[in-house]
Ligand binder design. Structure first.
Ligand SMILES: [Zn+2]
Length: 370
């Protein structure tokens, strides 16, 4: 009986441990299955790497540390918001990528209602206009008189002009004034100082000789254009300096407050003509003070493409009136522009347009279509 009694106790003990063992086993199996489901869910919803391992780690450690049968809240904290925002964020990139070329490669067929007619120009007209390329290779042709005005008499109070003898092409005055008015209201300084505009051949000769005397001819040619090859002769180029109210003069380098001018000038139709990285093409060192008027649409496109004028005039050759280059300016206006070889240009019948020679061999037509 005692043996029976001990046997019975033994059996009881065995069955107790057996039951505990089974309960433990069931709990472990339940936990394991739950974890597996949770991790599978994670893998399905989040392919993104980071959250899933952490999730899995948490699940494993929670199941290992707590044998209590209530671990259900911890393995199922929904990580869905993180992964769902991730693909969305990365989804922005493709659309961004596609929107940039859209702006840059705005070439397309002309509007269906644009009709063109041939317009025969004079040979000399090739050497006139806002887009003429003037450099060592294509000197300025002395054709007709430039409509130029005394800047001192035409300027606003937002900037300074070095003296009464600064003249500039009439077409540049309004854009220059509005650019420097805006600069003044943005930066609160009227220290932008115009030191040079139109230069006659004689002035170019004088400046060139002075530079040679100063630096020697080999070096001088990289700083001052040979007489007849200066853009300043076009009346479309303007040089800046800085003159503080106390009378101190500084060379203009387009930095500090003045960087605003160099960054925004395209909105007014100007480009920084001699860029830092284009010396091998322009032949002229970086001149942050030298602005050239080309008109708003072309200044916008030149800036957008990061080209110098030499490159741009070449670039535009691949666009014809049948396949024009589209330009959208910051104010939302849309232009078509194209090149016409020789003296016969094609111009739209039902839209207003501007036409300029390129100073080489043809014309560039600019049509505002919207
Ligand atoms: Zn200059």
């Amino acid at each position: 009986m005692s043996s029976d009694g001990s046997k019975g106790q033994k059996n009881k003990a065995i069955s107790y441990s057996y039951i505990i063992g089974i309960v433990f086993l069931i709990v472990t199996v339940v936990l394991l299955v739950k974890n597996m489901i949770a991790t599978q869910k994670d893998n399905l919803t989040a392919i993104s790497a980071a959250p899933t391992p952490i999730q899995a780690e948490n699940a494993v450690s929670s199941s290992a540390s707590s044998p209590s049968p209530s671990p259900s809240p911890s393995p199922t904290p929904s990580p869905t918001p993180i992964p769902s925002t991730k693909p969305a964020a990365s989804g922005i990139n493709p659309s961004r990528v596609s929107s940039q070329p859209k702006q840059k490669n705005t070439s397309a067929a002309p509007l269906s209602d644009t009709e063109f007619k041939p317009l025969t120009k004079l040979q000399d007209d090739i050497f006139k206009g806002n887009l003429i390329l003037v450099n060592n290779k294509y000197p300025y042709k002395f054709i007709g008189n430039i409509n130029r005005v005394c800047l001192f008499e035409s300027k606003t109070n937002s900037y300074k002009v070095s003296d009464y003898n600064i003249f500039t092409g009439e077409i540049t005055v309004t854009p220059l004034n509005s650019m420097l008015d805006d600069f003044y209201s943005e930066m609160g300084t009227d220290d932008a100082f115009i030191i040079s505009g139109y230069r006659s051949y004689e002035t170019q000769q004088y400046l060139f000789d002075r530079e040679i005397a100063d630096k020697g001819e080999a070096e001088a040619v990289h700083w001052v254009a040979r007489p007849g090859t200066s853009e300043h002769h076009t009346g479309l180029a303007i040089d800046f300096g800085i003159l503080y109210d106390n009378g101190t003069y500084y060379e203009y380098d387009g930095t500090g407050d003045f960087a605003w001018i160099n960054e925004n000038c395209y909105k007014y139709g100007f480009i920084v003509r001699y860029q830092n990285n284009k010396k091998n093409i322009t032949g002229i060192y970086y001149e942050p003070w030298h602005f050239r008027y080309v008109g708003i649409p072309h200044a916008t496109k030149i800036t957008e493409l990061g080209l110098c004028l030499e490159e741009y005039i070449d670039y535009i050759r691949s666009y014809s009136y049948k396949k024009p280059l589209l330009i959208q300016t910051d104010d939302g206006s849309v232009y078509e522009t194209y090149y016409c070889a020789g003296i016969t240009a094609y111009v739209p019948i039902n839209y207003s347009y501007e036409i300029s020679g390129n100073n080489i061999d043809g014309f560039i037509v600019t049509v505002k279509i919207a």
